[in-house]
Design a protein around this ligand. Sequence first.
Ligand SMILES: NC(=O)c1ccc[n+]([C@@H]2O[C@H](COP(=O)([O-])OP(=O)(O)OC[C@H]3O[C@@H](n4cnc5c(N)ncnc54)[C@H](O)[C@@H]3O)[C@@H](O)[C@H]2O)c1
Length: 250
Amino acid sequence: MERFRDKVALITGAASGIGRATAERLAAEGAKVFCTDVNEVGLAETVAVIREQGGVVHAEWCDVSRPDCARQSVQSCLDHFGALDVLANIAGVGRFQHTLDVSVEEWNRTLAVNLSGTFFMCQAALPALLDRCGAIVNMASSAGLIGQAYSAAYCASKGGVVQLTKALAVEFARRGVRVNCVCPGGIDTPFLAGFRPPAGAEIDLITRLKLVDEKAPPAAVAAAVAYLASDEARYVNGAVLSVDAGLVIS
Ligand SMILES: NC(=O)c1ccc[n+]([C@@H]2O[C@H](COP(=O)([O-])OP(=O)(O)OC[C@H]3O[C@@H](n4cnc5c(N)ncnc54)[C@H](O)[C@@H]3O)[C@@H](O)[C@H]2O)c1
């Protein structure tokens, strides 16, 4: 498949997990990929993997929670590859914690990276995406759709990503930019290390909706991102696509 031939994709959170898998997938389908993250070591590994597979890639440090970095990152992508067709907002942070133990700093950081960071990147990228009738794919979570214990800040941030996606999808529908999001359940990445039940947690509150124990590989989410970003999803806008083995069935 060469769905992204002659296209440029900017991927945040590309140093690890789902972001890296997405960068690999889009590059394998012909995209020039501009990878960003705060983890420079991981970014270098992503670049090496993609180059080894024959892909075209450039990487730069970017903290998505800072609007100046978001704007700089988009500008660098345009300077480097001359266009922007796909924005995949995948950077994220989170962990299980008793609500009574959440500090102001942790609350603010979670919202700043997951929700504000997604907004800053969308805002920075939209002028270039409008030029090319591009697409945005945001990474929400099953935790953005249903209640998840010990995850107040994370749930709030991902619920915000779902609504941000819908708001942008309506606003830009007539101007050719589509905005969709993916809601993964448990995906086998380093991220899950932070989602260990905190001391004293009621485990059945965490496992109450789970249908299967298996965690999906990050490539399963990357495939959903690639579909939503591709022209095959031309008539898909404002969608909230779960990749969660049935965790959220309404
Ligand atoms: N793994 C799961 O089970 C799961 C489930 C649902 C949703 N998600 C979401 O998927 C996304 C990717 O998660 P993952 O599982 O690949 O985790 P991961 O920890 O492997 O990757 C997350 C990446 O985001 C980067 N990042 C963190 N803060 C950043 C910042 N301020 N600016 C730029 N980059 C930053 C990290 O350095 C890391 O490389 C996240 O948004 C996460 O909330 C993951």
